[in-house]
Each structure stands twice: as structure tokens, then as C-alpha cells.
Ligand binder design. Structure first.
Ligand code: NAD
Length: 469
């Protein structure tokens, strides 16, 4: 595999000069052939994807360990089990989801058939981020296949071993006419995006999301954008501090903080901050031992560029816990920063690393105002034993998702839509929502050929006797 360069498909240059044009038209021909439409075909492909997860599980865990020292438990939970969850939900329900849906009719169409056909879009492109490279590849792929599309997947080029696994092992399980995995860095992805796709599913940063949406607009291609941002976590004075510390620390430091739904900053009172700090210190020590760098359960930053960006954020506020770094290993210790100002670098961008910020506020109202003065996040967290406070935050803020008294766990439910709002994204997926995302609802009216005298009522000449219609 190329480094940043990626690899364009050989001998598929086509005549347009775009290195991916041939590949896209090959997949389009497969789609137009109707091959991906039968339910049996889709189920067989999904089952093959299931075998990939089962048979390659060890390879997946090894690739992720090599790429970012991802702890085996975290890898298995987030990159294998959650994918299987999605796959099983889809396989268990697909025969119902694909059915035509009969709809209400009016007087003029009483004898006809009106229904919604769940049509595939055609050739879809899935672009994935670096942090959960298998999860972000498999979960949308499940929906794209289930809906009957042909798919081009572009894994993140940062996680080299995971990318290699995706490009070498996955195609062995898939129908190559209909599913292709391409390696591409920024330049190649720019060329890839010049092609016309029927749907683009992008997961990554808001800035690249804008680039993808701009490229899609040229072809009027619909998009899903699963983006990031800064997720606030309000901690009220009425809660079990030890529990809060463990649940927040787990969500923040899982995958070394490189989780789009990780709590980014805590909002709490000064008194709560003073109680939370020792509880967080205790939680971190109990999770990772006295030196987290030696823990098998703590991951690394995915790349050098990313490491330098995260390390630079440590100059915001004051380090209360952690703060150690090791460039050779791309290690950043589980860190808590206090006295952070809204104008500090750490509050200007998504942390996407193992750094938790604490910002003090005087009341829940002030926390709500703080949240609402910023871009809408992917998720709002609130910790409180008082349901009134939980509901107040739920009702007065806006975010892609909401979770009270825990972190990350909402992602385990395939019954909940997952996605952003505003700058945290556009569209939703998981479970039925993934299938719907890759499905065009085609409104169909099938009329009979008879009863022409009734139709005559709507034909010109209209005359005054027809205006009652
Ligand atoms: P990124 O935006 O840098 O890269 C994402 C993908 O876009 C990669 O495949 C990359 O090769 C490609 N890309 C990068 N620059 C490009 C360009 N100029 N033109 C075309 N393609 C380009 O994101 P990342 O660093 O891989 O992932 C981190 C970001 O993703 C964070 O912001 C995080 O919050 C977000 N994220 C969101 C979700 C979600 O579900 N909402 C999930 C995971 C990550």
C-alpha cells in the first residue's frame, strides 16, 4: 500500500482521465444488472460479512494493536461486537424492511395500488475515519448492502494495518463486482470524489465534511455526514461522585479519547470540581494503574501529526491530573485540565485525545447557556440524580444524541438513531436507520387501464360543470 499516496485501481483509468472512473462505471454496470436487488443476494453478502468478522477477529485485534495499541477488550467491544450487533439486527429484520409499504389512497385511486418501494440508490461511497477503522467501515457497509447498493469503501489511510486488512481480507468475502475497497490519501480521495456517486456516507471531521459535501453538490449527490465536535457533560451537585468519575473517565479515556462521542468537557460547580478531581484521580489509577503508559488497557494516539496536535492542547488551563507525554510511543497520559478559559485552544477545537477539561459554572442554567452558545454537539451528557435537572438539560439544549448518567452507552442500541445535528453532522444511522439511509423511498402508484369514463372527468375541456372537482 502507498503511504499517504494510496493506490488508485490499476488498469481502470477509463477514458475520462480520472483514475477511479473505470471502477465506478464497473460497479454501476453491476448495479444496473440488478444483481444486488434480490433479498437472497443481500442476505448472502451480509452473512459473508459476518464470516469476515468471525474468521478475521484475531487479525482485526492484532491490526488495531499494531496501529494504536488498542486494548483487546476495547477493540473487541467497539470494532467487533458492535458490528455484529448491527449485522444481526439487520439480518433479523431485513425481510420486513425491504417489503413494499401500502399507503392510504384517495377517492380517485381507490381501485389502484399505492405503495412505497424501498429502492437502492445505486453506487455508494463510504469514507471512514481513523479512530474505529473497522466499525466505521462495517456498520455503514451493512446498511449499504442490505439496501441493495454497490459500494466503494475508502478506509482511513492513517491506520496502516487496519487499512491493509480492509483492502486485502475483506474483498475475499465480498462479491468483487459489487463491493470494492480502495486505498487513498487526501489527493486520491479528492480525485475519487470527482466521480458521480448516488450516495456518499462520510465519517470524519467537520472541515473534511465540508469538502465532501462540496464535491457531492457538483453531482447533487445526497450525503450523510457523521462529524465531530465538543461534547459537553454537565455534572450537577446531586450525584454519586465516584460513579460519575468512573463513567466519565471510561468514556473519555476509552480508545485514548479518540471517540467522537467522548465527553469533551465537564461543566460543574466549583464544589463539584473539588470533589470530582480526587474521584477522577482514583478512577484513572484503578483503571490503568500507577503508570498508564505501562497499562495494556490504554491506547495511543493514531498518528504523529495527531499526537502533536493533542500535545499542544496541554498548554490550556492547568494540568490537575496526568499531563505526561512520550512522542516515541505517541503516548498522552489520561489528563484532566482545570481553569480552562473558553478562549483557550483546548476549547476552540475537538480534543480527540485523552484530555478532559473541567469548566466551572454557577448553575444548571449557566451550563445550558454555555452549551447553547456553541455549535450543536454530537451528544450532550448530564449526570444528576434529580430527573428535573436531567429533563431541563434535555429540553433546553440540542445535540445529535443525549445520554444521562453514563457515557458512550447509547451507541450500543441499534434501536436509537445515531448522528449529528448542525455542525456535528447530517443524517443518521444504526439498525433500521442505516438501512433507511441507503434506501430511496420511491412513491409508486400502479393504476388499472380501465374505468376511462371516470378519468374523463379530469380531461379538458373543463367547463363550468367540472370546477366542482
Ligand atoms: P478526517 O476528517 O481527517 O478524515 C476522515 C476521512 O476523510 C479519511 O478517510 C481521510 O482520508 C479523508 N480525508 C481527509 N482529508 C480529506 C480531504 N481533504 N479530501 C477528501 N478526503 C479527505 O477525520 P479523522 O481524523 O480520520 O477522524 C477524526 C474525526 O472524525 C473527528 O472529528 C471525529 O469526531 C470524527 N468522527 C465522527 C464520528 C461520528 O460518527 N460522528 C465517528 C468517528 C469520528
Amino acid at each position: 500500500l502507498g503511504s499517504d499516496a494510496g493506490t488508485a485501481p490499476e488498469d481502470e483509468g477509463g477514458t475520462s482521465g480520472n483514475p477511479y472512473a473505470g471502477l465506478v462505471s464497473r460497479l454501476r454496470a453491476a448495479w444496473l444488472s440488478g444483481k444486488t436487488r434480490p433479498l437472497e443476494y443481500r442476505v448472502a453478502q451480509l452473512e459473508a460479512l459476518g464470516r469476515f468478522l468471525e474468521e478475521k477477529k484475531q487479525d482485526i485485534l492484532e491490526a488495531l494493536a499494531l496501529d494504536m495499541h488498542k486494548p483487546p477488550f476495547e477493540a473487541e467491544f467497539s470494532e467487533v461486537l458492535l458490528c455484529k450487533n448491527e449485522l444481526n439486527t439487520t439480518l433479523n429484520n431485513l425481510s420486513c424492511w425491504v417489503k413494499d409499504e401500502q399507503v392510504d389512497k384517495n377517492l380517485a385511486t381507490q381501485l389502484d395500488t399505492a405503495f412505497i418501494r424501498r429502492d437502492p440508490y445505486g453506487v455508494v461511497l463510504i469514507i471512514t475515519p481513523c479512530n474505529y477503522p473497522i466499525y466505521h467501515l462495517v456498520v455503514p457497509l451493512v446498511g449499504a448492502i442490505a439496501a441493495g447498493n454497490c459500494v466503494i469503501i475508502k478506509p482511513s489511510e492513517i491506520m496502516k494495518n487496519s487499512e491493509r486488512l480492509a483492502v486485502e481480507a475483506l474483498p475475499r468475502y465480498m462479491d468483487k463486482d459489487c463491493v470494492a475497497v480502495v486505498t487513498a490519501g487526501v489527493q486520491e480521495t479528492t480525485r475519487l470524489l470527482e466521480n458521480k456517486f448516488d450516495y456518499i456516507f462520510f465519517t470524519g471531521s467537520p472541515s473534511v465534511g465540508r469538502i465532501v459535501m462540496t464535491a457531492a453538490a457538483k453531482h447533487l449527490t445526497p450525503v450523510t455526514l457523521e462529524l465531530g465536535g465538543k461534547n459537553p457533560c454537565y455534572v450537577s451537585d446531586t450525584c454519586d461522585v465516584q460513579n460519575v468519575a468512573r463513567r466519565v473517565a471510561w468514556g473519555r479515556f476509552f480508545n485514548a479519547g479518540q471517540t467522537c462521542i467522548a465527553p469533551d468537557y465537564i461543566l460543574c460547580s466549583v464544589e463539584m470540581k473539588d470533589k470530582l478531581l480526587p474521584a477522577l484521580r482514583e478512577a484513572i489509577a484503578s483503571f490503568y494503574g500507577p503508570n498508564p503508559q505501562e497499562s495494556p488497557d490504554f491506547a495511543r494516539i493514531v498518528g504523529d501529526k495527531q499526537f502533536h496536535r493533542v500535545r499542544a492542547l496541554l498548554c490550556s488551563g492547568r494540568v490537575a491530573i496526568g499531563g505526561q507525554t512520550d512522542e516515541k510511543e505517541r503516548y498522552v497520559a489520561p489528563t484532566v485540565l482545570v481553569d480552562v478559559q473558553p478562549s483557550d485552544p483546548a476549547m476552540q477545537e475537538e480534543i480527540f485525545g485523552p484530555i478532559l477539561l473541567i469548566i466551572t459554572v454557577a448553575s444548571v442554567e449557566e451550563a445550558i447557556d454555555f452549551i447553547n452558545s456553541r455549535e450543536q454537539p454530537l451528544v450532550v451528557y448530564v449526570f444528576s440524580s434529580d430527573n428535573k435537572v436531567v429533563n431541563q438539560v434535555l429540553e433546553k439544549t440540542s445535540s445529535g444524541s443525549f445520554c444521562s448518567n453514563d457515557t458512550l452507552m447509547h451507541v450500543t442500541l441499534t434501536s436509537l438513531p445515531f448522528g449529528g445535528v448542525g455542525s456535528s453532522g447530517l443524517g443518521k444511522y444504526h439498525g433500521r436507520f442505516t438501512f433507511d439511509t441507503f434506501t430511496h423511498c420511491r412513491g409508486c402508484l400502479q393504476r388499472g387501464t380501465g374505468l376511462e369514463p371516470i378519468n374523463a372527468l379530469r380531461y379538458p375541456p373543463y367547463g363550468p360543470h367540472k370546477t366542482g372537482l
